[in-house]
Design a protein around this ligand. Sequence first.
Ligand SMILES: [Zn+2]
Length: 81
Amino acid sequence: MSSSVRMCIVCRGRFPQKSLLRLQYQNSKLQAFKGFGRSFYVCQNCQNTPKLDDCIIKVCRLDKKHKETIKSALKEIFLYG
Ligand SMILES: [Zn+2]
């Protein structure tokens, strides 16, 4: 159903919600979506793209100085998420 289709923040492609990784930036931390608050989606292809951290910085309106923090948070999410 179209209601469960969401846009990937990196490639802007539309995909079924269930196939997307849902993340959020909350309390100065990037994490897997916890069930409430603002969130965004990343498709499976884009989970490996080197520009993923840049896209997250843009979407969350963060300063570029957070890039390394975002990168390590992404590693954790992909390992344990
Ligand atoms: Zn994508």
